[in-house]
Design a protein around this ligand. Sequence first.
Ligand code: ZN
Length: 241
Amino acid sequence: MTRGVEVESQLGDLRVSRQLDWGARFPGLVQGITLRAPDLDFGSSPRGGWATLQSSAGIPRVACCRQVHGAAVAVYDDSHSSGVKVLGDADAIVTAREGVLLAVTVADCVPVFVVEPVRRLLGLAHAGWRGTAAGIAEATLGAMSRLGAEVASLHVHLGAAICRKCYKVGPEVTAALGVPEGTRHVDLRDHIARSVRALGVDSGRLTASQRCTRCDSGSFYSYRGGDRGQRMCAFLGWSAG
Ligand SMILES: [Zn+2]
């Protein structure tokens, strides 16, 4: 796995952290995660943060889901509607469409960004320990394969999330993830990386952010750090072609 360099930059009215290499590699891709911003609310209202995200990204449609820490993947296949569409209970979204911004909210959980540049397919998942144990990353790749993606063509980036040092866990988590009993600290990004490599994702196309949402509480919200009800929004879409 390659260390993925993330840089902070401006996207419209938003400060975001994005995977540096993908900007040049994938023209037209809009990717990143919002930073701590008290006036941005990614709650159930379609206004607030969602509207700001939509206008800042310059993409007419946003697709999100009611996140339930499971392994269900929603498929977005709609070229008509505009605004924010909630796809139901799921923790990942895949699409073969351009002009839609996939979105998941996170605060310590891992945003998993997947790009298939040949057929221009996208996938975005929210992976905490429950979703990781349930196989949400694998399910996302499976859903993209059903849309025609070759796993060997996939690029995966694991975004800003809680680091191993900050992620102290108990027996419930170690049992679910299958790590040795007594393990005190877990790196979710390492787990997800192993899972997607096992499915055939090339290590050279797999990057992980070095940023920790709890260590860097000036930039990010952290659930473990005490932020409740506030989230960053991770997003991924092609500008309308
Ligand atoms: Zn940390």
